[in-house]
Design a protein around this ligand. Structure first.
Ligand code: URP
Ligand code: ZN
Ligand code: ZN
Length: 472
C-alpha cells in the first residue's frame, strides 16, 4: 500500500518546505522536493492513494506523552478506555500516546505493568507506550525499575502530592532518583507539596469552603514552586534527568529555567489547560460547574499572569513539551463525588482530542512559530522519551504517522459538535479554533479523513522506548 501526499507544506521543528511525501507500507519512503524526479517522474499515478495537500500543512502525527486512560483516582476510574481515548486522540491528530502504568504501595511493579498491558493491548487506535508510576518506593520496586528499562519503560513518575495515595517522601524520591541515575532512565515528577496542601485543604473545609474553586486556592503557587525546587535539588544530588510534569505556576518554571541555565538535565512540561483556562473564568463558575476544571496542578489566577509567562517559557524552551495530562471524568457519578467537598472531586481534565488544535491556536495568536508547534507537540516529546526518529518527524524511514492540517479550516470544540472522548461534557466547550485536522495517517493507515473515523481498534502497537535523547 502506497500513499502519495502532494503539494503540501511539510513542517518540521527546523523549517517548512514545499514537498511531496511518499508512504510505502508503514513507513515514510521519501520526502520529495518539487522537480526531483530521481524516484520516478509520476509517483502519483502509481500510488494506491493520493491526497492533495495544496495550501495545507503536512506535519508529523502528534505525540502526547501524558495520558491516563482508566486511571484509578478518588474512588473511580478515568472515563476513557484505551479504545475510546486513543480513538479521540486520532480524531485530533495525535498518533502516539504514552500512558502511565500505576503501581500502588505493596503491589509488584511488574504486576501493575501487566495490568496496564491487559487494558491497552489490542484496544488502541494509535501507537502507545507506557511510563511507570512508582507509588510505593521500596527495595522491590527499585529493582523493578532496572528490569523495566529493558522492556522499553525508560521513565518513572513519582508524586510529591497525594499523601497516602501515590506520595513519596524525600528519602524515597532520592532512592528512586539514584536508581534512575544508575540505569539511565528519566524521573518524571508531580511537583506539589502535598503535605502542606493537605493542611490547607483541611483548614478550608473546616471553614466551610467547599466549592470547586478552593481546589486551586488550597494549592497556591508556592506549593508548586517549592516542590519543583526540592525535586531539582534532589535530582542534582543524584545526577538523574528530571522532567517536571503539568506545570502551571510561572514561579515554578522560573526554578526550572535557572537549573537549565546551569546546564542541568531538567525539563518542563505544561498542558493546554494552563495556557487557556483560569481560576476566575472556569474553576469559579457558579454552583458545582467548576468541578469540570479540577485538576492538579490547579488552574491558576488570570490576575497573576501565569498564562502569558507559560507561553513565553514555551518560546524560550524552559518549557519543552505540551502534553494533555488527559484524565477525563464525567460530571455524573464521578466529579459529583465532590459535591459539598472539593477535595473529593476526582482530579483531571479530558483534552487528548484537542491538543494539536489548541496549540496551533498559539501559532495563529502569534505566541509560537509553526515550527515550534510541531516541536513541542511531536518532535521533542518523541526525543524526550526515546521514540525519535521513529516518531515525531517526517523523514525517510520514520513511521508514517502524518497529519494533513488545514490552517484555513475551523474547529468548533463542543460536546455536541466535535467530541469523541468518553465524557458527558467538554472542558473546552465553545473554543472556536482557526485550523482543522483533515487527514490522520497512523503507520501508513488512514485513520481519520473527511471528518470520519475509519481506523480500527487494535491497529495501535505497543512501543518499546529508548532513553531520553536530550542527555549528553
Ligand atoms: O489532575 C490530574 N493531573 N490528574 C491526573 C493525575 C496526575 O497527577 O497527573
Ligand atoms: Zn501528576
Ligand atoms: Zn497526569
Amino acid at each position: 500500500m502506497t500513499i502519495f501526499i502532494k503539494n503540501g507544506s511539510v513542517v518540521s521543528s527546523t523549517g517548512v518546505i514545499q514537498a511531496d511525501v511518499l508512504i510505502d507500507g508503514e513507513t515514510i519512503a521519501a520526502v520529495i522536493a518539487p522537480g526531483d524526479t530521481s524516484l520516478g517522474a509520476n509517483l502519483e499515478a502509481t500510488a494506491d492513494q493520493v491526497f492533495d495537500a495544496q495550501g495545507k500543512y503536512v506535519i508529523p502525527g502528534g505525540v502526547d506523552v501524558h495520558t491516563h486512560m482508566e486511571l484509578p483516582f478518588g474512588g473511580t476510574f478515568a472515563s476513557d478506555t484505551f479504545e475510546t481515548g486513543t480513538r479521540a486522540a486520532a480524531w485530533g491528530g495525535t498518533t502516539t500516546i504514552i500512558d502511565f502504568a500505576v503501581q500502588k504501595q505493596g503491589e509488584r511493579v511488574q504486576d501493575s505493568l501487566a495490568a496496564w498491558h491487559a487494558k491497552a493491548d489490542g484496544q488502541c487506535a494509535i501507537d502507545y507506550g507506557f511510563h511507570q508510576i512508582i507509588g510505593g518506593v521500596d527495595d522491590d520496586s527499585l529493582k523493578a525499575m532496572d528490569e523495566l528499562v529493558n522492556e522499553g519503560i525508560t521513565s518513572f513518575k513519582l508524586f510529591m502530592a497525594y499523601p497516602g495515595v501515590f506520595y513519596s517522601d524525600d528519602g524515597q524520591i532520592l532512592r528512586a532518583m539514584q536508581t534512575a541515575a544508575n540505569n539511565g532512565s528519566t524521573i518524571m515528577m508531580h511537583a506539589e507539596n502535598g503535605i502542606a496542601i493537605d493542611v490547607l485543604v483541611q483548614q478550608a473545609l473546616a471553614e466551610g469552603k467547599t466549592d470547586p474553586r478552593y481546589h486551586s486556592l488550597t494549592r497556591p503557587w508556592e506549593t508548586e514552586a517549592e516542590a519543583t525546587n526540592r525535586a531539582i535539588m534532589l535530582a542534582k544530588m543524584t545526577g538523574t534527568p528530571l522532567y517536571i510534569v503539568h506545570m502551571s505556576a510561572k514561579q515554578a518554571v522560573q526554578v526550572v529555567q535557572q537549573a537549565r541555565d546551569e546546564a542541568w538535565n531538567v525539563f518542563g512540561e505544561t498542558c493546554p489547560q494552563y495556557l487557556y483556562l483560569s481560576l476566575e473564568d472556569h474553576l469559579s463558575q457558579p454552583g458545582f460547574e467548576g468541578a469540570k476544571w479540577v485538576c492538579s496542578t490547579p488552574l491558576r489566577s488570570k490576575a497573576e499572569h501565569h498564562q502569558e509567562e507559560l507561553w513565553r517559557y514555551l518560546r524560550t524552551n524552559d518549557l519543552s513539551i505540551v502534553s494533555t495530562d488527559h484524565c477525563p471524568f464525567c460530571m455524573k457519578e464521578q466529579k459529583e463525588l465532590g459535591v459539598g467537598d472539593f477535595s473529593k472531586i476526582p482530579n483531571g481534565i479530558g483534552s487528548v482530542e484537542h491538543r494539536m488544535d489548541l496549540i496551533f491556536q498559539g501559532v495563529v495568536d502569534g505566541q509560537i512559530t509553526l515550527e515550534r508547534w510541531v516541536e513541542i507537540t511531536a518532535t521533542t516529546p518523541a526525543r524526550m522519551f526515546g521514540l525519535y526518529p521513529r516518531k515525531g518527524v517526517i523523514a525517510p524511514g520514520s513511521d508514517a504517522d502524518v497529519v494533513i492540517y488545514d490552517p484555513a479550516g475551523r474547529t468548533e470544540i463542543g460536546y455536541e459538535k466535535t467530541h469523541h472522548m468518553n465524557m458527558d461534557h467538554s472542558a473546552w466547550e465553545g473554543f472556536n479554533i482557526s485550523g482543522h485536522v483533515d487527514t490522520v495517517i497512523s503507520r501508513g493507515t488512514v485513520v481519520v479523513d473527511n471528518n470520519q473515523y475509519i481506523g480500527t481498534k487494535g491497529h495501535g502497537k505497543y512501543l518499546k522506548r529508548g532513553m531520553n535523547q536530550y542527555l549528553v
